[in-house]
Design a protein around this ligand. Structure first.
Ligand code: ZN
Length: 319
């Protein structure tokens, strides 16, 4: 089952099984290579099928990634038992390498969207187009929803970033009935004057399609959308996240979009088009593939995912 919504487009044939730039991502981070080779040895089982990305694969540049000091392995993410108003804001740590930095985490979808389909299907202006406010997101075949996944990874990510001194804001924390809409998600990052924004997702592509990809904003200038000032910085952020995600999780870049780079540029996502601050999406894996689903439903793996994303953010913010 493919997932079609404001974030995604109907599958199209993928162009190649794995492009020549496949190794580029792993090469960005020396430490990633071991994990990459392990994956090559045991996980090379891609099947044919459509990808969910619309934009054609883009090549990655060779911007260096400088891995930061590892975040501590805090396996106890903060729970949302006592939800705070949206957008929730953390108390900045007294010190740390990210002191003074603002990171907005955008957990994709919302667990309540399933009960508010009419609200989330209303159209909003994304500058280049009009699209649905939000979507329900996908789920594993066993029913673990993408909205649950994104919030869990977001909590883990927040814990790590706060430990390094960052001020962290969420676009939603399961503390509102539905949404927010994609335009509001972008606005929250903009109004926070975020130094970096990461939107967390997992894909709903065909079985056999595996791996993660980071979605970068394409250059658009239409209506309320003008990504020209953030294209370069967002690519830098995305490349660092991709490289460090490989290193921390051992997951391979997507085998169905991005030509093996783990990077895809899109111009159709409101959350990116309307951003005025560096922002990327990450699709951490494919919930509809059983092997990827086994990872996505593992708390230990989600902790690795959060660590990879956090280290990419830290690398970006520290230059
Ligand atoms: Zn999603």
């Amino acid at each position: 089952m493919s997932y079609v919504g404001p974030d995604f487009d109907p599958p199209q044939p993928r162009r190649s099984r794995r492009g020549p730039l496949t190794v580029a991502v792993a090469a960005l981070v020396p430490g990633a290579l071991a994990g990459w080779l392990v994956w090559q040895a045991v996980g090379n089982d891609s099947g044919d099928g459509g990808g969910s990305g619309k934009a054609g694969p883009q090549s990655s540049s060779s911007a260096p990634v400088s891995p930061s000091a590892s975040a501590s392995d805090n396996s106890k993410p903060r729970t949302s038992a006592t939800p705070s108003p949206t957008p929730s804001t953390s108390r900045p740590a007294a010190s740390g390498p990210l002191k003074g930095k603002v990171v907005v985490i955008d957990p994709g979808h919302n667990p309540g969207n399933f009960q508010h389909t009419s609200e989330i299907s209303r159209q909003v202006d994304i500058g280049t187009n009009r699209k649905e406010c939000d979507t329900t997101g996908t789920s594993t075949n066993a029913g673990y929803t993408e909205a649950q996944f994104t919030l869990d990874v977001a909590h883990r990510l927040r814990t790590i970033l706060e430990q390094q001194g960052a001020t962290v804001k969420f676009t939603q924390d399961g503390d509102r009935a539905w949404g927010p809409c994609v335009d509001e998600r972008a606005r929250i990052g903009n109004e926070a004057h975020a130094d970096a924004v990461v939107s967390i997702h997992a894909d709903g592509s065909a079985a056999g399609n595996r791996g993660f990809h980071v979605i970068l904003p394409g250059s658009v200038h239409e209506g309320a959308a003008d990504t020209r000032p953030i294209v370069t910085s967002s690519r830098d952020l995305g490349e660092r996240i991709a490289g460090l995600f490989v290193r921390e999780t051992g997951s391979a870049p997507s085998n169905y979009v991005g030509d093996g780079t783990g990077l895809v540029v899109r111009k159709d996502l409101g959350g990116l088009n309307l951003s005025t601050v560096p922002k990327v999406f990450i699709e951490c894996g494919n919930m509809r593939d059983s092997k990827d689903a086994a990872l996505l439903t593992s708390g230990a793996w989600r902790q690795k995912a959060a660590r990879g994303i956090s280290e990419g953010i830290v690398s970006f913010l520290r230059g």
